[in-house]
Design a binder for this molecule. Sequence first.
Ligand code: AMP
Ligand code: ZN
Length: 469
Amino acid sequence: MKFLIYNTLTRKKEELITVEPDKVKLYTCGPTVYNFAHIGNLRTYIFEDLLKKSLSYIGYEVKHVMNITDVGHLESDGDLGEDKMALGASREKKTVWEIARFYEEAFLKDCQLLNIEKPSVICRATEHIEDMIEFIKILEEKGFTYIANGNVYFSIDKYENYNKLANLSMEELQSGSRVDIDPYKKNPLDFVLWFTNSKFTNQIMQWQSPWGKGFPGWHIECSAMSIKYLGEQIDIHCGGVDHIPVHHSNEIAQSESALGHRWVNYWMHGEFLVLNKGKMSKSSGDFLTIDRLKEEGFSPLDYRYFCMQSRYRKQLVFSFESLKEAQNALSKLKNRIKIISKYIESDENIDANKTNQYKNKFIEQISSDLNLPNAFTVLTEVIKSELLNNAEKIYLIKDFDNIFSLNLVEEEQVDENIDIHWIEQLIEERNKARMQKDWAKADDIRKLLLSHSIELVDTKERTEWKYKK
Ligand code: AMP
Ligand code: ZN
């Protein structure tokens, strides 16, 4: 079956054809670590996780690389704004390095709570400065750069089709980009590759380079590190839609100029999570985090489920009311699944012919540009099916949950250390109590066993026990 994805570059749904058969080289832009990730950022990482797991599900071996932007002020492409890392450091009385590591760890913890799988490679910008310098040297040798006011710029006029990803005219691109009044730029859309002369003169994070002591521009890290770990041709590159006109357009310009050929085959972009009152912004400090959702009584997986109920290319409006609805729906779903697993009979077999029918339907949906809402419809069909037995249903639910990652089937808590002899003795004691009509004692024993997750089932002949699900 074809795996169809919407390619921002061509504005069409296209069949995925990978550079190497059965392998996908995936690069996703990672977080800027000067503050907690907000739930908007995390929506994008959930989308990327679903993409990666869908590709693995249908049999691709996925190599996934993600960067951590931990260099100074680099959340914009110019020499503007504030040094967010330094601001965070003085706010929290820490060094910029401590700030970067602290928020990186917080981000990875959020991902873990959301069941987002770790990338194969996580690379920090600060640990790849040499790679970036080598990359800039190549661009310089090939004539794509100029130096002005001590900084090395990329000249976008030297690269044909700068606007191919954003598909906007140069005028639109200029008016849409952050107002940058850098008088040293030849074209307002040029961007800095290496700063030696910045308004952030007292930057702590600085490195020696052929152009002088300084630090890299924002975009170069993704090109240098993705090519280092994935090679000269990448299958899929992802990020949020905000990255299309500047960050990703710049990444393409510098990478293809350095390589001399096409670099990324498919660009996929996740739409924004928005609040009723508008945008959520990390720099304004007014944003929602996973911790905040937890304080309001939601689990991270409630949020994951909420995100999966809409397509990744549609804006999603967040409200606590709609998150509550998602929480209720997920809880109902899990309860239905619990009942199904409780009633699996020991003689129920799994018929691959039957389960494959549903698997194929599921694959059809995930292969249709990640149609997760429809993939959930297939899950509902499985739950309601009169053709499938309970064992087959649980098999399929577990299988689909490789992508959903909602812990839909809670595993039995099997206590290896439990003493079976002790259980049997207590059952015998309880039976005696029942014969003597000592109901209180019998009930106490039942409760005692239950507190160890042992459930008693009284049949006509005898009392059986099982681990409580
Ligand atoms: P940042 O840490 O700001 O570099 O952003 C990390 C990722 O989150 C990037 O892929 C952004 O495009 C994405 N992003 C930023 N804001 C939002 C939002 N409100 N909704 C969805 N994704 C977002
Ligand atoms: Zn990037």
